[in-house]
Ligand binder design. Structure first.
Ligand code: SAH
Ligand code: SF4
Ligand code: F3S
Length: 451
């Protein structure tokens, strides 16, 4: 029996697909990339923007034909999309050939639900052929800790530290589909990191919608800075990244823990969303432009070479031209290595979706201007790396489809992508690389030493 998992959305979902794969592997299934060959087809979905939903729904629609050719195929839709209010029912009604629907806190049930569907089919019963679970069980963590993981991102190991989100930014669907914050215990996190390091993973990425609120719900003095310091003391050669940090909760202690560590990368993804105080207030972000810029100054004071990246949205309902220019000037002022830019997409049930919306033409022009500006900032910052020497963890082959040029790629401590000559066996190893040239977001170099 074979399974295929199709993943949409953020790193959290990528990691949860590794758990779905772990569950299916434990149940005896093998992985395939070929839909025609699969006995179980899983869609792990996202609903952060309309485009993400459409992409998933389009591909789910295609399974109708697959199922006509292979009636024994089992199709499961998991993750954020069916967790939206009323969405599981809508999906089931619209796509009757879907067998299993699981929300964000029910993924551990997948093998049992497959068994249930198979048993109902074998008994030729109608009942039980289709199942849906989108409740938010209180004891989610115990099920989660018992879920096996089949890692697929070597040499990076994703490690979740906190689930859910309590922030309710007015544009965002995540708190509705991921539930309230639950932190894993320090011991559970430290054990998972140690295991990954023992298995040879050179990079650990800690995950949470807001890693800075880690531990507040545990009540034993746990917090993110303390967790970082404990992880830093784990023996072995590895580096640590984390995402995402909410600017309202970033503390000096976290910045100090980073600056004083051996293993925590000098890199921070700090989503700003907008450079206008009024828009930030309407977004319920709970920081001002001034506070954000003070944090950037504090980070640079402690770590002058820190690599900063961000998320920015244009076209929020109340964004005026002046507000947008505020975002542009902030981008110039901070100098991000990279920015993920989005057009605001109304999400049903969120407060911002009920506000009067801006015309698409305005949003489109603004995103174009923002991307052009960030590209020029990225290009200029890239040029400054040329001539320098950086420690790089080789992560992947960088040849494109041909695979014949002998190029590999990896990232500097600060998160900059570097291409250099190497072979697939080098993946997972650390190199000292001299940067010889740059092209917009990419750097090119030569390995001087294997570390
Ligand atoms: N928890 C993270 C972000 C999760 S979503 C944080 O707080 O930063 C990733 C990014 O998607 C967000 O930073 C935001 O820029 C974008 N995003 C979220 N909701 C959106 C929406 N409705 N339309 C467009 N972009 C959105
Ligand atoms: Fe969404 Fe805001 Fe939570 Fe991030 S912090 S997941 S943007 S509600
Ligand atoms: Fe998407 Fe859910 Fe992540 S909505 S961005 S997959 S938390």
């Amino acid at each position: 029996m074979k399974y295929k998992i199709v993943t949409y959305g953020c790193q959290m979902n990528v990691h949860e697909s590794e758990k779905l794969a772990g569950l299916l592997a434990r149940a005896g299934y093998e992985c395939t990339q070929n839909s025609e060959e699969a006995d179980v087809l899983v869609f792990n979905t996202c609903c952060i923007r309309d485009t993400a939903e459409r992409r998933a729904l389009g591909n789910i629609g295609v399974t109708k034909a697959l199922k006509r050719r292979n009636p024994s195929l089992i199709v499961a839709v998991c993750g954020c999309m069916p967790q939206q209010e009323g969405a599981a029912e809508r999906i089931a009604a619209h796509y009757p050939y879907i067998d299993i629907i699981l929300g964000t806190r029910n993924i551990s049930r997948l093998p049992a639900e497959i068994e249930r569907v198979l048993a109902a089919r074998a008994a030729q019963k109608r009942k039980g052929r289709r199942t849906a679970a989108t409740d938010m069980p209180e004891d989610y963590l115990s099920a989660d800790e018992a879920t096996p993981t089949l890692r697929t991102s070597y040499p990076n190991a994703w490690v979740n530290i906190i689930y859910g989100c309590n922030n309710f930014c007015t544009y965002c669907i995540v708190p509705y589909v991921r539930g309230r914050e639950i932190s894993r215990s320090e011991d559970a996190v430290l054990d998972e990191v140690k295991r990954a390091v023992d298995e040879g993973y050179g990079e650990i990425t800690l995950l949470g919608q807001n890693v800075n609120s880690y531990g507040h719900d545990l009540g034993g003095g746990e917090n993110f800075a303390r967790l970082l310091r404990k992880i830093d003391r784990i023996p072995g050669k590895f580096r640590v990244r984390f995402m995402t940090s909410h600017p309202k909760d970033l503390t000096r202690e976290v910045a100090e823990a980073m600056a004083e560590s051996d293993k925590i990368c000098r890199a921070l993804h700090l989503p700003v969303q907008s450079g206008s105080d009024r828009v930030l207030r309407d977004m319920n972000r709970r920081y001002t432009r001034e506070k954000y810029l003070a944090e950037i100054a504090m980070l640079r004071d402690l770590m002058p070479d820190i690599g900063l990246t961000t998320d920015i949205m244009v076209g929020f309902p109340t964004e005026t031209e002046e507000d947008f220019q505020g975002t542009m000037s902030l981008v110039r002022e901070v100098g991000y290595l990279n920015a993920f830019t989005f057009i605001y997409s109304p999400r049903k049930g969120t407060p911002a979706a009920a506000m009067p919306q801006l015309p698409y033409e305005i949003k489109k022009r603004r995103i174009g201007e923002l991307i052009a500006l960030q590209n020029s900032v990225t290009k200029e910052l890239s040029e400054r790396f040329v001539g320098g020497c950086y420690e790089v963890l080789a992560e992947d082959i960088a040849d494109g489809p041909s695979g014949k040029n002998g190029m590999i790629c990896g990232r500097t401590d600060g998160g900059r992508l570097v291409n250099f000559k190497g072979s697939p066996e080098d993946i997972g190893k650390f190199f000292r690389v001299r940067i010889t040239s740059s092209r917009s977001a990419s750097l090119f170099g030569e390995a001087e030493e294997k570390l």
